[in-house]
Write a protein that binds this ligand. Sequence first.
Ligand code: UD1
Ligand code: CA
Length: 490
Amino acid sequence: MSENTTEPQLAVIILAAGQGTRMKSTLPKVLHSIGGRPLLGHVLATARGLQPESVLVVVRHERDLVVATVLDDAPDVVVVDQDEVPGTGRAVEMAIAQLPDFTGDVLVLSGDVPLLEDETLTRLIHTHRESGAAATVLSAVVGDATGYGRVIRDPAGGVERIVEQKDATGDEASVTEINAGVYVFQSAALRAHISLVGTANAQGERYLTDVVALMRDSQLTVGISRAPDAAAVLGVNDRVQLSEAARTLNARTVRRWQLEGASILDPASTWIDVTASLAVDVTVLPNTHILRATTIAEGATVGPDTSLVDCEVGSNATVRRADATLAVIGAGATVGPFAYLRPGTYLGDGGKIGTFVETKNATIGERSKVPHLSYIGDTTIGRGVNLGAGAITANYDDIAKHRTEIGDHVHTGSHNVFVAPVRIGEGAKTGAGAVIRKDVPAGALALSVAPQRNVEGWVETNRPGTAAADAAARSRSAQKADDGAQEQDG
Ligand code: UD1
Ligand code: CA
């Protein structure tokens, strides 16, 4: 709600009914994501930042899917269903009909223009109110105007009309000032002119942009506010523009965290979702993706080559060349290189998940280490534990998953298999190569491998004439000569 009662009220209409044919996608265009949020989500966030009286979203294509996303994000939004009459003009006409008593200003935003900054809109609204114009158009001067409506000015520099690319003459098409698809209208003037919009254009649609010329015909003033940054008014119509928008948004996000005190070495190869957060003195090395609700605490180092989805990284932790989802990494813990942390991984403070280790539904206690070549699933590990290289929890018996429990200060030998359900008691030890099928009591040494037996001469007897047999024979005769020499010495 606007605090200042002398200012006119504001309603925001967001256009999101189109299919987005140029995306060539089964997903409606406005639901494609950048920075971890749908295009429409960004526009909604911008709209709500202005604290308007009401926000209306016009839907049609895949309306249930779009509405679900909108209401999930913003339950107070008014959903307007556009009928079969196509065009941005029709979309606005149907939305304004939902506000019969509204007398304030109407801001129109496009669901596919996701990068607008608050200041740009604040300035647009301010310009509109200062000038007393019936409508004010947001424009930008762009390098490549392909696909945009062009702003045609009159000799006095005022806006005369907007012409769509498909309807433009050669001269008009060479204009580099484009319509951003964002406008403020006095509600009365909008109501009076929107119904006059026809379909005499290349696409046979009712264009909102035609309102400009119609207002001029009624001797009303149409103002213009030029956005300083052309990248911020980018409209996403295809997947090339989608990736451009993602890159621009990401550059902003990276810069924001840098200014908040994070060292991000390579902004171009670092991707941070708008929903993630980084504390001070975090270091992000190249090729790192920090996604969804990931939080990284003070002093932690992540990367290079790391992907974190919905993770919590503790202070001063180090995560190198790792792929982690829904994992919690404790303070001072180390992960990687080459680690795969699946959902439900909790690594305690000072713990380690090392090289070529996969974990899932696994709690690894404080200062416990799984350093090399292991799979740890459905497991609870206490504190101060060290698992030998090649530890495997056999958690799945073809029917169900079972848990492995490993008590505090257990040390296991290399290449162990823990056949779950199984429990290893506190302080116990296991031998190399053990297959642990039965619980191990606290403090016990568990051995499951038979004592080694050497069958002397087996290779020469069973594989005569092979390189192995020859090598064995040479070694044995050299050994004999050695032994003989030693006897003489002795
Ligand atoms: C529109 C403008 C163009 C401007 C550009 C800026 C018109 C006629 N043209 O062109 O001048 O330069 O945006 O990005 O307005 N939509 C509806 N209902 C419809 C059709 C579209 O809600 O019947 C929605 C779409 O979902 C989209 C937005 O309106 O979010 C813009 O539609 P789009 O088809 O992308 O228009 P452009 O051709 O980009
Ligand atoms: Ca568009």
